[in-house]
Write a protein that binds this ligand. Structure first.
Ligand code: NDP
Length: 300
């Protein structure tokens, strides 16, 4: 793992990619991306000198670090907590979908700076379809959370044409902020909000439930919603992938609902970033295998 000081002295040859965050020690992106680069290399020898590393840079130093990454010719960056929002003001251009999502997780170097993209929504859509066979298009979606991940999810659901969207959150002000933003961006869409502690009647019994709260990250966290209020045709997708089975997923499975964790979202968002950088097709399978083995090592 590298720091801003390492970056300032960076003289290593090659084409460099990196994930930048704080903390970033837990990130398994290097394992995923280097595995996929290995697959690309089999077909394209010109990728022999591409490498993906981790930089731990606090929020207050990110503005200083970005021009140094550019000067050192880092070709692509993934951004994670806490840089995804700040990058909107620092990028040379922003992809319209990333602008709507209010966050950037992928930067691509150009002559003047870095162009910003967001691949989280794509990752969610692909993960949900691959694991659960559910398309966002025409789905009734119950989205839990109103933070950064929920905002990307909500935009993706509306972009893809979900039928109705319910958003539940703990704090009302954050929920109202997200609802107002969605109303501006998608004035015709059927979107409503609710208090996570008191879900209303009237939500569909069969729907796609997406957990985008951080409730479940700790082993003893309760489920953010009782899955018993839904019926058999409901699919439950929890963006959390570590632990691999949250209380929500365990309870949903016990009720016979289809359920999946967020590993596929992580893998697909990473694959999309690498496609943007390399313009090559990327092995999702290689990334997933690397992600699973990195998580196993972390949990032992
Ligand atoms: P944010 O901090 O932006 O948002 C956190 C959300 O969780 C808010 O809605 C917050 O509600 C809610 N929350 C936190 N604690 C509680 C609690 N005790 N009870 C109820 N609600 C709570 O985080 P992100 O949006 O960036 O991330 C959310 C989750 O998604 C994380 O678990 C993260 O790991 C996961 N994620 C997974 C990805 C993947 O690739 N699989 C990608 C990105 C995120 P409030 O507004 O009331 O504080």
């Amino acid at each position: 793992m590298y720091t801003l000081e390492d970056l300032k002295g960076w003289e290593r040859p090659g084409v460099w990619l990196a994930v930048v965050g704080h903390p970033v020690r837990h990130s398994i992106s290097p394992q995923m991306h280097n595995a996929a680069l290995g697959q690309i290399l089999r077909r394209h020898p010109e990728y022999a000198n591409w490498r993906y590393v981790r930089f731990e840079i606090p929020a207050k130093h990110f503005g200083e670090a970005l021009p140094v990454f550019h000067q050192k010719r880092f070709f692509g960056l993934n951004l994670t907590i806490p840089h995804k929002v700040q990058a909107l003001d620092l990028a040379s251009a922003i992809d319209p979908e990333a602008a709507l999502m209010g966050a950037v997780n992928t930067l691509v170097r150009d002559e003047s700076g870095y162009r910003g993209y967001n691949t989280d929504g794509y990752g969610l859509r692909s993960g949900v379809y691959t694991d659960l066979g559910t398309r966002l298009q025409d789905a009734d979606v119950v989205l839990l959370g109103a933070g950064g991940a929920a905002r990307a999810a909500a935009i993706q659901c509306l972009h893809d044409g979900c039928r109705r969207l319910w958003i539940g959150n703990r704090s009302r002000d954050r929920l109202d902020g997200l609802l107002a933003l969605l109303k501006r961006a998608y004035p015709e869409a059927a979107v409503s909000g609710f208090d996570l502690a008191d879900p209303p009647g009237g939500m569909p019994e069969s729907c796609l439930v997406i957990n985008a709260t951080s409730l479940g990250l700790k082993a003893d966290d309760p489920a953010p919603i009782d899955p018993a209020r839904f019926r058999g045709a409901t699919s439950v997708y929890d963006m959390i992938y570590n632990p691999v089975e949250t209380r929500l997923l365990a309870e949903a499975r016990a009720l016979g609902l289809r359920a999946a964790n967020g590993l596929s979202m992580l893998v697909f968002q990473g694959a999309r970033s690498l496609e943007i950088w390399t313009q090559q097709s990327v092995s999702v399978a290689a990334m997933e295998t690397a992600a699973r083995s990195a998580l196993k090592i972390q949990s032992t």
